[in-house]
Design a binder for this molecule. Structure first.
Ligand code: 13P
Ligand code: SF4
Length: 357
């Protein structure tokens, strides 16, 4: 590796000045976060990108779907750059647009499409967000999933009515929000498996469901288990267990706190000195909050769970390469969403930004 990398990063950043704005998701490496103009969860970063009309280049240190959302929310003159194109998201990849359209056709055949509204997690391709906009739904993130679901049910007769939500692509966030925040039962949530005919469900099961959850999950958060919670409680008396809502329902139920990355950071800031915390989310973030709060005992919920490998694709060499290329007038790794998808995805994103709170 180049011993002058940090120097080169500083020089390239200075040369770009206010022409560039660097966004860093909380799961990014420290070496990248050091060069971020702003850090945040996916919701905050989408807002920040939209609020920088003066920046010619938005350097997005995060994953592909976040860069797509930034492209959708910024003007045509602004260019969004993802320093490594291999930084995808395995969850977003679990819902392909063709599969989602086929699923919608199933709901039409069963006669429930008119009473179903799509709610799509930010962690999805622009094409899926566009599908959501075309069907009058909304995007949500882990920090506003409850508000988004309440809004969606209101469009189809209310939480206590008979309307349905098709929740894409994270079954866990959808189930956790419906059950823990809206008080639905687990039985009212069904999982639609796109690899099976009729999603692996009978027509009656589809008709009876309130939440039709796409069969997607996060490979990082999906690994935390109830055993991890039991073990840490035995090892650290009085520990507060805090997890991301992408964890399985039984893990979230066993935990004491659940929330987005931004929520986790705020809880830690507000915590009593000397208190103990076990955190179930991506490791870069947990390490950073542990370092920021030496007066609190911060543990990782499962020491064997690793980083988000695709988030970690963005490292300092890639960021330096992207910045130096821009300084030299060479556009690299630009993320562009096609105009029609961008229009409809924006409708669904604007709906999210217009939600209360
Ligand atoms: P946040 O919405 O909390 O930023 O989470 C994004 C993500 O990718 C979680 O795995
Ligand atoms: Fe996707 Fe999970 Fe990585 Fe988040 S942590 S980017 S949901 S794979």
């Amino acid at each position: 590796s180049d011993p002058n990398l940090v120097e080169r990063a500083r020089a390239a950043r200075a040369a770009l000045g206010s022409r560039a704005f660097v966004l860093g998701h909380h799961y990014q490496r420290d070496e990248v976060i050091d060069f971020a103009d702003v850090t945040g969860d996916s919701f905050k970063l989408a807002r920040e990108a939209a609020a920088r009309p003066e920046a010619e280049f938005i350097l997005f240190c995060g994953v592909h779907f976040m860069a797509e959302s930034a492209d959708i929310l910024t003007s045509d003159q602004q260019q969004v750059v993802l320093p490594d194109l291999a930084a995808g998201c395995s969850m977003a990849d679990m819902a392909a647009i063709g599969q989602v359209e086929e699923a919608w056709a199933v709901l039409q055949d069963v006669g429930i499409a008119d009473s179903t509204i799509p709610v799509t997690y930010m962690n999805s391709s622009a094409a899926i967000k566009a599908f959501t906009g075309r069907h009058d739904g909304t995007v949500c993130t882990s920090s506003n999933a409850e508000v988004a679901l309440r809004w969606a049910f209101d469009q189809v007769g209310g939480v206590d009515g008979t309307g349905k939500v098709l929740f894409l692509p994270d079954q866990h966030l959808g189930r956790n929000t419906a059950v823990l925040a809206l008080g639905m039962s687990l039985e009212e949530c069904v999982v639609f498996d796109p690899r099976k005919p009729n999603g692996g469900l009978t027509d009656q099961e589809l008709r009876d469901a309130r939440m039709i959850l796409w069969r997607g999950h996060c490979s990082v958060h999906g690994r935390f288990s109830v055993q991890n919670v039991t073990d840490i409680r035995a090892a650290v008396p009085g520990v507060n267990v805090m997890v991301h809502p992408e964890c399985k329902n039984e893990v979230v139920t066993a935990a004491d706190y659940v929330g987005s990355t931004e929520y986790i950071i705020k809880q830690l800031e507000a915590a009593e000195p000397g208190s103990s915390w076990a955190i179930g989310t991506e490791l870069n973030l947990v390490r950073r909050v542990a370092k920021a709060h030496p007066d609190k005992n911060v543990h990782y919920l499962d020491s064997t769970v690793c980083f988000c490998s695709t988030m970690n694709r963005i490292d300092l060499p890639h960021l330096v390469w992207a910045m130096e290329s821009l300084v030299e007038g060479r556009m690299v790794n630009r993320i562009v969403v096609d105009a029609d998808d961008a229009h409809w995805a924006r409708v669904a994103l604007d709906q999210m930004l217009a939600l209360p709170g």
